[in-house]
Design a protein around this ligand. Structure first.
Ligand code: SP5
Ligand code: ZN
Length: 354
């Protein structure tokens, strides 16, 4: 049977070429590459999925979860960088930060946006692994539009819709980007559903890394439940500073964030059980699934050891909730298995919702 879940696509999501990333000061190849989206799309199309073209949306949906200053920075960063001449001198053809407003640096005064183009990036970026090049903004915008188009499909009656896109988004907070992510596509889709009358939205993040962006954006909100299962940041994994079980929200959002950190090496049994535990408290009228498949055994970016059967099982659990569901692609970096892992998760959701 063909995959019954529509997949939302735009060729523009391929225009972002990270051209490597800087880790501990060293340029390394980087694995958030355009081919990721292509291999996923090709496997899903071969499985009979119906492809829907991404529709452009206005900036309001972005500005509903992000600071205007972050959106404006991302839109203009490449042009400012080239105007400053950095591609020629010192020969850096990506926008990369070098100084950051560390809280203990700026404690005596509110950090202000630096005048120097070289320093501005550190006001918005929280790592050195998320470069901006010539085509990055167009791809960022296409990814957000893909998530919004999937949300439109669900609002229009589709039970499940999948945004097959990149760059991913789940590490981005209201005002800062990083972790190979630029705008928080899943959070944008969740807020869009809220703004179109869905009373309670649940964001379920099964990427191998903590979904710190949605946690932060909805931290004090009672109307968006955020839940993430991920490799334990305290055991030495990105995003290192967040993702612990004690982080449960505050104010009106108290109890509305759930983190399930897992030990490195956790495989299907522990991971699928954790997904089930993660879903237990979710009371929502619609779901947004941040579908990273980097928890896979083969993946170079995480020590979790989940198989395609594990992703299928997680998909069934998600589908069995019986909620309208927007699925947004996040991480997953092993090009040989990426497509089949996403297919397994989506097929599981499709079965689980019968
Ligand atoms: C969307 C997503 O999955 N973002 C996660 C990005 C995590 N990147 C952390 C990279 C840490 C250093 N990796 C170096 C690999 C060297 N082989
Ligand atoms: Zn990840």
């Amino acid at each position: 049977m063909p995959l019954g879940i529509p997949i939302v696509w735009s060729d523009r999501c391929l225009l972002h070429e990270p051209g490597g990333e800087v880790w501990i000061g060293v340029p390394i190849p980087g694995d958030e590459v355009p081919a990721r989206a292509v291999v996923i799309r090709d496997v899903l199309v071969a499985a009979g999925a119906h492809v829907v073209e991404t529709q452009a949306h206005g900036d309001e949906a972005l500005l509903a979860v992000h600071d205007a200053a972050l959106v404006d920075f991302l839109r203009t960063a490449w042009d400012r960088w080239t105007a400053a001449g950095f591609p020629d001198d010192p020969g850096q053809n990506r926008v990369v930060p070098y100084i950051f407003p560390h809280p203990a640096l700026v404690e005596a005064s509110a950090a202000t946006i630096p005048a120097a183009t070289s320093a501005r990036t550190g006001f918005y970026a929280f790592d050195t692994m998320t470069p901006i090049g010539a085509g990055t903004w167009e791809a960022i915008r296409a990814a957000a539009d893909a998530a919004l188009t999937a949300a439109d499909l669900v609002l229009g009656g589709a039970r499940i819709a999948y945004a097959c896109t990149r760059p991913p988004g789940h590490h981005v907070t209201r005002g800062a980007y990083g972790g190979s992510c630029y705008l928080n596509n899943a959070a944008i889709a969740a807020q869009y559903l809220r703004d179109r009358g869905v009373p309670r939205v649940g964001i379920v993040d099964i990427d191998a890394h903590h979904g710190n962006g949605a946690q932060s954006i909805f931290w004090e909100r009672a109307d968006v439940f955020t839940a993430s299962v991920h490799v334990d940041p305290a055991a030495g994994w990105f995003p290192h500073f967040l993702g612990l079980a004690e982080e449960t929200g505050s104010g009106e959002g108290t109890g509305m964030n759930l983190n399930l950190p897992l030990a490195p090496g956790t495989g299907d049994d522990g991971w699928v059980e954790a997904v089930e535990t993660l879903l237990t408290p979710v009371q929502a009228d619609a779901l947004v699934v941040a579908l990273g498949v980097d928890a896979a055994e083969e993946d170079p970016e995480s020590p979790l050891r989940v198989s395609a059967a594990g992703f299928r099982a997680a998909g069934r659990l998600l589908g069995a909730l019986g909620r309208p569901t927007v699925v947004v692609q996040e991480g997953g970096y092993d090009l040989a298995t990426l497509g089949s892992l996403v297919l397994a998760a989506l097929e599981g959701m499709d079965e689980g919702s019968d």
